[in-house]
Design a protein around this ligand. Structure first.
Ligand code: IVH
Length: 673
């Protein structure tokens, strides 16, 4: 071997290893820059000495020339499709049929259950471990040779690793497009004035059939393997479907997560429910069900297939679709308590997975434009688990020309004040603190559990009181009488009295809660707690300048500025005086614990915790001597992460900060008492 040959082989190995770490294991080992450097070195070696190019060289992923048309590829063994079971009963019936075929009471060896990936089926032929052909499923027997395109799929290895790879093998699996890539791709298409794709599956299938691999290369396609085909004379290198998946993974092929070996059909049912109702909502790619397979290959062999179409030993347990098509009737705007205008979609009611959906969130104006949503569009709506329904995007082919683009109104829909744009936050907001839209949301926040915690004041009740002209600001709540409340619709005498009582009790809440309840921009429960503990009473805080406020550990300049601005605004001061006159407590009990299990420790919260609200978690941590701050730094003791954590989680991982669940937190707190 010449030095150049050795170096080229080394570079191929390093690059292929890096690709696998990045795409398959999701654990990058080298930086993008380092990757590019190695890649370019290999490229230039190959340009100088073209004989160094090999089929498994990562430079060859995008190398193929555009095809005039695809050639046919005959599959080694036909690619079968699957029968469907739409309900538990249908799954049970399949199982009984299978057991009868096998002439057994139960299916020996149990089941291997996998996600059913909603993508495009492909077959990859590896000769001596090197990717030789990649083909679409076609009619099952003959597909199209799309090797050039499949080589661009980064997580399809160009060479398999392992000394037990058979000399000739076809790996079957699914090419798919992750949701985040799909959205990003569509955003880029909107920006470039190109039509958007309707859904990830269509765009994956379409991308595979691009004649120019350079175009396919721009689509971030991914792959999961789930089956193999071998020449008749080759003995099977595994005994069960489970082993097959493990082996594929060992050879360097990505295998879908959440696979499970089930001993009984009951376990299969249970796993299907868990995946449909929980796991599905957490995945970054589409699935349309599960595939249950008899695990033992000898059982599969014994069961055979039906007319060469569907195996008897496997079935697709389909889920109700979590995506539906409907009409976007209107885009409306809601005013949040800090004044931000939030657009939301009014939809023609549509059933998605058993629930009727009429509304979907749109977050902000930018998102509406990014997705090129127009009023009157036919749209795809996705609902997963408990999350608020989301609009995936419009279906441009269904446009009639009557659709109208939408813009954020220039004036607040609740008070007609001209809106303002917040440069940094991309938000559009109503600057009028007396805006009735803001006021309603502000009151809802004021009374909420984490703030003044006034039980019995629901959103609808507050709305009613505002409409009746009884309440304009938070201080008005304290002037409400039982008689006034009783005069309201649907409020009985007893509940009216209870409500007056609950409002009165809230006067005693500590300053930290009041500060949070006021809804000062940027002041969350944690900041409110720090401010209250530091100043002890509201008058001290109101007299403090920006510098004094900003000096508190955990309070940054943005919060300090916002706090001082609030209290120097005559409207802010007027509300405070009204609250003082109503007899509210303006002090914080000097309870800063000089001990506690979390003394001297600093925490950051992210995501939704399973049981504790943000405010509760903050309170418990501070009561145990800890501090809660807004951003992760090296000094952070731990990040307490819940569902849908934000970027703070990445930051914590980067800095090596400990990550706790709510349970971890409760345990540490509990150990003390
Ligand atoms: S096994 C002989 N496993 O679903 C067994 N198929 O509706 C054939 N699919 O054509 C397929 N995920 O394209 C199998 N984990 C999985 C799958 C899967 C997705 C696709 C496949 C098949 C189609 C049938």
């Amino acid at each position: 071997m010449t030095a150049a040959e050795r170096r080229a082989a080394e570079l191929r190995r390093l690059l292929n290893h890096a690709i696998r770490a990045y795409y398959v294991l999701d654990a990058p080992e080298i930086s993008d820059a380092e990757y590019d450097r190695l890649f370019r070195e290999l490229q230039s070696l190959e340009t100088q000495q073209p004989e160094l190019k090999t089929a498994d060289s990562p430079t060859q992923r995008v190398g193929a020339e555009p095809a005039a048309q695809f050639t046919k590829h005959k599959h080694l063994v036909p690619m079968l499709s699957l029968g469907n079971a739409f309900t538990d009963d249908e799954l049970t019936a399949w199982n009984e049929r299978l057991a009868r075929t096998l002439d057994r009471a139960v299916v020996p060896g149990g089941y291997c259950v996998e996600l059913k990936i909603d993508g495009a089926a492909v077959s990859l032929t590896y000769r001596d471990g090197v990717l030789a052909v990649g083909a679409t499923r076609g009619n099952g027997s003959i597909g199209e040779d799309v090797t050039g395109n499949l080589r661009t799929v980064r997580d399809i290895p160009l060479r398999l690793t392992g000394d037990d790879v058979p000399p000739l093998i076809e790996i079957r699996g699914e090419v798919y497009l992750p949701f985040d890539s799909f959205e990003k791709m569509n955003e880029e298409r909107v920006a470039a004035g190109e039509p958007v794709f309707a859904n990830p599956r269509n765009s994956a299938a379409g991308s595979l059939r691009q004649l120019d691999p350079a175009l396919t290369a721009r689509r971030p396609l991914r792959f999961f393997g789930y089956a193999v085909a071998l020449p008749a004379e080759t003995p099977l290198p595994f005994k069960s479907q489970w082993d097959l998946l493990e082996t594929l993974s060992r050879w360097g092929l990505p295998v879908a997560p959440h696979r499970r070996r089930c001993a009984s059909l009951e376990e299969v049912h249970a796993h299907a429910h868990a995946v449909e109702h929980k796991i599905r909502g957490e995945l970054n790619f589409g699935i349309d069900g599960l595939v249950a397979k008899a695990d033992l290959l000898r059982v599969q062999d014994e069961a055979g297939d039906v007319g060469g179409r569907e195996p008897r030993w496997a079935i697709a347990r389909k889920f109700a679709p979590d995506i539906a098509e409907t009409k976007l009737l209107d885009i409306r705007v809601n005013v949040g308590r800090t004044g931000t205008l939030n657009p939301y979609a009014m939809l023609e009611p549509v059933e998605i997975g058993g629930t009727i959906v009429k509304l979907a969130t749109l977050h902000n104006e930018e998102l509406v434009h990014r997705k090129d949503l127009r009023v009157g569009d036919t749209v795809q709506v996705k609902r997963a688990g408990e999350v608020i329904p989301q609009i995936i995007g419009p279906i441009p082919e269904k446009r009639t020309g009557d659709e109208t683009p939408w813009h954020m109104p220039d004036r607040c829909p609740a008070c007609d004040t001209p809106v303002e744009r917040d440069e940094e936050e991309v938000a559009i907001y109503c600057p009028n603190p007396a805006c009735p839209g803001r006021r309603l949301e502000g009151l809802v926040h004021y009374t909420s559990r984490g703030a003044m915690d006034i039980r019995g004041l629901s959103y609808m009740r507050i709305h009613q009181l505002v409409e009746a002209g009884l309440v304009e600001d938070a201080a008005d709540l304290y002037a409400l009488t039982a008689e006034q409340l009783e005069a309201q619709e649907r409020l009985a005498e007893k509940s009216a009295q209870q409500l007056v009582q609950a409002i009165a009790v809230s006067k005693e809440q500590p300053l930290s809660r009041l500060l949070f309840a006021l809804g000062i921009h940027h002041v969350g429960a944690a900041a409110a707690e720090l401010l209250a503990r530091h100043f002890g009473n509201l008058d001290h805080l109101m007299q403090a300048g920006e510098e004094a406020v900003g000096e508190i550990r955990g309070i940054g300049p943005v919060i300090a500025e916002s706090v001082v601005r609030y209290f120097s605004d005559p409207r802010g001061r007027a509300l405070i005086e009204k609250l003082r006159a109503a007899g509210l407590n303006f002090t914080e009990p000097a309870s800063a614990p000089a001990e506690g299990p979390l003394l001297g420790k600093t925490f950051v919260l992210t995501g939704t915790l399973p049981t504790l609200s943000r405010a509760d978690a903050t309170r418990r941590i501070t009561a145990a001597g800890g501090t809660v701050t807004g951003s992760v730094s090296k000094k952070t003791t731990a990040l307490v992460a819940g569902d849908e954590p934000g970027t703070k989680l990445d930051k914590a991982k980067q800095l090596g900060v400990e990550i706790w669940t709510e349970t971890d937190l409760l345990q540490r707190l509990g150990n003390a008492s």
